[in-house]
Design a protein around this ligand. Structure first.
Ligand code: GLU
Length: 494
């Protein structure tokens, strides 16, 4: 059984709760699925709050549900958090590995009379619940074992440990987001903290881990508000036995329950609203982490009318009290707008690296060309998919396969024009200004608009009808490749 109650991680670099100073927050996902957008935002607010106060941000994997917790989910959560720059400051804590310590606390509460052995069977409980339902009265467990004399404990029968919740008075939580919330203690039941097989319940595990990790601020979804009142029962009972058995530092944490995220239509967020795992935002939507970070930040929190906010600025400005009380609305379009902004801001070499993966990998020359093209590509793209699509022409193999629209442009007349353009351009210095001047002169001589020349030229050079400016395209492709691509199409004239 774990004896050093304040050591929570097996990682060699782990500090003890006592060594950590100031604010300690934690993100505590249950690894039963991917890291979803709501979880990522909870992580972000925990991270920001800790950073703003110069504190520590910890991760805890709540893997006590053995049937539903999976390794791939754990990996996806770390992956998503690292991508967003929200990895923990220390080795993560795995909750299941700490079961002995959780049970230890249950036994201490039992020994001190703050919890009791309850011999009520599942059948009895079900019968009582059904009776309450039939009489239309609320069901609350009132166990006759709460104050039973140990002499009456039935021998050889299974028992659970229930916490003794106070029956009188009320409990108030001064929630940092929701404000003060009061619950009558009579509404809090004597819930199970240790099952009949000796394993701890989730409610107990959370409280013990938060204490042992030295968590000062519990920031989580507002679906956990009711749990806070129940969890406080254990915390207050432990406060009463502090000093015994080496237990120390059992303080009420501060709570901040943040509203859930809803879809743009106000309904609970679902896949239909574009609520995907964080990995899908990266892989399928081609978003940059800083865009998702900025968007999540603005989801339910604001600073004046600032929209584009850097990490540093966010850390400086973040106040948990500024988180809105109402449900935040998820807006995929706005997220994509943020992404377009961050793509334009991003370094060309970095974008080239990200896009290269989507083009199936590039060698050094290819990467350099892609980086060189990035300034004209990135102004036209809202995500990495569009960026990759826009860059594809650079690496297309001759003769180019034309898309339908581009092929439609290449009439016999247009192909003949391509032949003439090739001749004219071949005589020029291969620079944007010179090429532009030459083509303009040619258009004028023929009494044509510049578009009449530029359109077939774009079709021949890129195989499409949308691309960066045609002179940029000519320069990026270079003289030989450009002239060869034009010649390929001109030669097909009837
Ligand atoms: N594991 C819980 C969840 O994923 C969070 C518990 C907590 O933050 O206290 O909803």
């Amino acid at each position: 059984m774990a004896s050093a109650s304040d050591t929570v991680s097996a990682g060699s670099g782990a500090r003890t709760a006592a060594e950590r100073k100031g604010v300690v927050t934690r993100f505590a996902p249950s690894p039963t699925g991917y890291l979803h957008i709501g979880g990522a935002r909870t992580a972000l607010f925990n991270w920001l709050f800790a950073r703003h106060h110069g504190g520590t941000y910890l991760l805890r994997i709540e893997d006590t549900d053995r049937a539903r917790s999976t390794e791939p989910a754990i990996a996806a959560i770390f992956d998503g958090l690292n991508w967003l720059g929200l990895g923990g400051d220390e080795e993560p804590v795995f909750q299941f590995a700490r079961s002995d310590r959780h049970a230890e606390v249950a036994h201490k509460l039992l020994a001190a009379g703050h919890a009791y052995r309850c011999y009520l069977s599942q059948e009895e409980l079900a019968a009582r619940r059904a009776a309450a339902q039939a009489e239309r009265r609320p069901f609350r467990i009132e166990s006759e074992w709460r104050d039973a004399d140990p002499a009456t404990w039935p021998e050889g029968q299974p028992w659970v440990v229930r916490i003794k919740a106070p029956r009188d008075g009320a409990t108030t939580i001064d929630d940092l987001v929701q404000g003060p919330i009061t619950v009558q203690n009579a509404e809090i039941d004597d819930y199970v903290i240790l099952r009949s097989d000796g394993t701890p319940t989730y409610m107990l595990a959370v409280v013990v881990d938060d204490h042992d990790m030295g968590v000062t601020h519990v920031i989580r979804g507002d679906d956990h508000i009711n749990n806070a009142f129940r969890q406080l029962v254990i915390i207050r009972a432990m406060q009463a036995i502090e000093g015994e058995d080496g237990e120390a530092g059992w303080e009420d944490p501060a709570y901040a329950h943040i509203p859930l995220i809803h879809g743009a239509d106000g309904a609970k967020l679902s896949k239909r609203h574009g609520a995907l795992g964080v990995d899908a935002y990266r892989d399928e939507l081609g978003l940059l982490p800083e865009a998702v970070f900025n968007y999540l930040l603005r989801l339910g929190w604001g600073h004046g009318d600032a929209e584009i906010i850097s990490r540093e600025q966010a850390v400086e400005w973040f106040e948990i009290g500024d988180v809105g009380k109402g449900a935040a609305r998820f807006d995929l379009k706005k997220l994509l707008n943020f992404n377009g902004h961050y793509i334009r801001e991003a370094e060309d070499a970095r974008l080239a690296g990200l896009v290269a993966d989507r083009l199936g990998g590039l060698d050094g020359t290819g990467l350099a060309l892609l980086a060189k093209a990035m300034p004209v590509l990135k102004v036209r793209a809202a995500d990495l998919l569009e960026l990759a699509a826009g860059a594809r022409f650079l690496f297309a193999q001759r003769p180019l396969a034309l898309d339908e629209k581009a092929a439609g442009l290449l009439t016999d007349e247009a192909r003949a024009l391509l032949g003439a353009m090739a001749e004219r351009l071949a005589a020029e210095e291969w620079a944007a200004e010179a090429l532009e001047a030459a083509l303009k002169a040619m258009a004028e001589e023929r009494g044509l608009g510049l578009g009449k020349l530029a359109q077939p030229l774009r079709a021949a050079l890129t195989g499409t009808t949308t691309s960066p400016g045609i002179f940029d395209v000519l320069v990026l492709l270079g003289r030989d490749e450009s002239l060869a691509r034009i010649a390929d199409q001109a030669a097909m004239a009837a």
